[in-house]
Design a protein around this ligand. Structure first.
Ligand SMILES: C[S@@+](CC[C@H](N)C(=O)[O-])C[C@H]1O[C@@H](n2cnc3c(N)ncnc32)[C@H](O)[C@@H]1O
Length: 349
C-alpha cells in the first residue's frame, strides 16, 4: 500500500501519461512519427515543413514528446530526433508493432464523457453515432490483429480450415465492421464465399465499396442486426471479432450463430481477455484500459440499444456460460502471442 505522498506522485505520473497518450494519437494522425523516423536530427521548422504542418503546433507537440522522453533534443543545436527503438513502436512502417494507432481511442472516448456522465446519473447508453471515428480506429486495429495475422496466427487455430477454404466453403463474419477480414479472405480464397453482417450502414457501405474496388464477386455484406436470423445450417465457418460483448442481445446473437452453423461447422470467436471478476483481473496488463474502454464504449453502446450492457470484460467464465446456453458443446480457448488483448475461442456444436 502506497503512502498518501507516494500515491499522489503516482497520480501525477498517471496524468502525465494520459496527456502523452493524447499527444501520441496526434503524432500518429499527423504522421509526425512517420516523418521524423525518416529524418536526421532536425529543427522544428524542418520537421513542420517535411510533415506539411503548422510549426507552432509541431513545436508544442515536440515539447510534450521531449518532456516525456519519446523524442530527444540536442540543446546545442535545437535539433530533434526520434530514436529508432521508439520509432519501432510508433510508426506505420512498424506494422503490427505500431502502438501509436491505439492511442486514438482516448480522444474518441473523451468525446463522449459528458454523455457517459449523464448515463451514470439517469441510465441508458451512448449510441454508436456519437463516436465519429469509431469504425476508422477499429478497422485500423483489426487490420493489425486479425486481417494482418490471418495466415500466421488465426487460420492455424483450426487445423483443417485452410484446406477447406481452398476447396470452397461458405463463411460469415458477424459484427464485421468495415469488413476488412472477409475481404482479405475473399481475395486469398476465391473458391469460398464470404459474407459480413453489421448493423452500421456506414461500415457496410465502406465494406461494399472496398469489395467493389477490388472486383471481388465472392464476398457480400448486409446491413442488419446480428439477431436477424441467418440461414439455418448453412455456414461451414462463422466468425466474430470483438463483436459479441457489445451486442444488445449477445445470447440471441450466439443462438443465431449456433443455428446457422452446419453440424460440422466451426465458430471462431475473438473476445476480450478477462476473468469475469474484478479481483480476477488484478494484474491484467491491460485491465484498467479495457474496463475504461468498456465503460465509455462497449457497455454503453449495448445499453443504448436497450441491450444487456455485458461490457468488454465479461470474461472467460461468462463467455463459456453464454456459449453453452446458446447450444455449443465444444469450446477451446487459445491465446495468440501477437494479441495480448484477446482470447480466441474455437467453438463447435
Ligand atoms: C468492436 S466492433 C468490431 C468490428 C469488427 N469485427 C472488427 O474487428 O473490426 C463491434 C461491431 O459490432 C457491430 N454491432 C454492434 N451491435 C450490433 C447489432 N446489434 N447488430 C449488428 N452489428 C452490431 C458494430 O457496428 C461494430 O462494427
Amino acid at each position: 500500500m502506497a503512502t498518501q505522498e507516494e500515491f499522489a506522485g503516482q497520480l501525477l505520473t498517471t496524468f502525465n501519461h494520459a496527456a502523452l497518450a493524447m499527444m501520441v494519437s496526434i503524432g500518429h494522425r499527423t504522421s509526425l512519427f512517420d516523418t521524423m523516423s525518416q529524418m536526421a536530427p532536425a529543427t522544428i521548422a524542418e520537421i513542420a515543413q517535411r510533415a506539411n504542418l503548422q510549426s507552432r503546433y509541431v513545436q508544442e507537440w515536440l515539447g510534450a514528446m521531449v518532456t516525456s522522453g519519446v523524442i530527444e533534443v540536442d540543446p546545442a543545436t535545437d535539433r530533434y530526433s526520434l530514436p529508432a527503438a521508439h520509432a519501432a513502436s510508433l510508426t506505420r512502417a512498424a506494422g503490427p508493432d505500431n502502438m501509436a494507432s491505439l492511442a486514438q481511442y482516448f480522444a474518441e472516448l473523451g468525446g463522449v464523457e459528458s454523455d457517459v456522465v449523464e448515463c451514470f446519473r439517469n441510465g441508458g447508453g451512448v449510441p454508436y453515432e456519437k463516436y465519429p471515428r469509431f469504425h476508422d480506429i477499429m478497422a485500423e486495429s483489426s487490420a493489425k490483429f486479425v486481417a494482418g495475422a490471418l495466415e500466421s496466427d488465426v487460420l492455424p487455430l483450426i487445423p483443417e480450415l485452410r484446406e477447406h477454404l481452398q476447396r470452397g466453403i461458405r463463411a460469415v463474419d458477424v459484427g464485421c465492421g468495415r469488413g476488412l477480414t472477409m475481404i482479405r479472405l475473399a481475395e486469398r480464397f476465391p473458391n469460398s464465399r464470404f459474407e459480413g453482417v453489421d448493423f452500421s450502414q456506414e461500415a457496410i457501405r465502406y465494406a461494399h465499396s472496398q469489395a467493389h474496388l477490388k472486383g471481388l464477386t465472392n464476398v457480400t455484406f448486409h446491413a442488419q442486426d446480428a439477431t436477424a436470423p441467418l440461414e439455418a445450417d448453412a455456414y461451414d465457418w462463422i466468425t466474430s471479432f470483438d463483436a459479441i460483448h457489445d451486442q444488445g442481445q449477445p445470447l440471441e446473437v450466439l443462438q443465431n450463430i449456433c443455428r446457422a452453423l452446419k453440424p460440422d461447422g466451426v465458430y471462431l470467436m475473438q473476445e476480450i481477455r478477462g476473468s469475469s471478476h474484478h479481483h480476477g483481473d488484478i494484474g491484467h496488463p491491460l485491465g484498467t484500459l479495457l474496463y475504461a474502454i468498456s465503460c465509455m464504449h462497449c457497455m454503453t453502446v449495448s445499453l443504448a440499444q436497450g441491450g444487456e450492457g455485458l461490457g468488454a470484460m465479461w470474461g472467460e467464465e461468462r463467455t463459456r456460460d453464454y456459449l453453452t446456453r446458446a447450444g455449443f458443446r465444444s469450446i477451446e480457448r487459445h491465446e495468440l502471442a501477437h494479441d495480448i488483448q484477446n482470447y480466441w475461442y474455437v467453438v463447435r456444436k
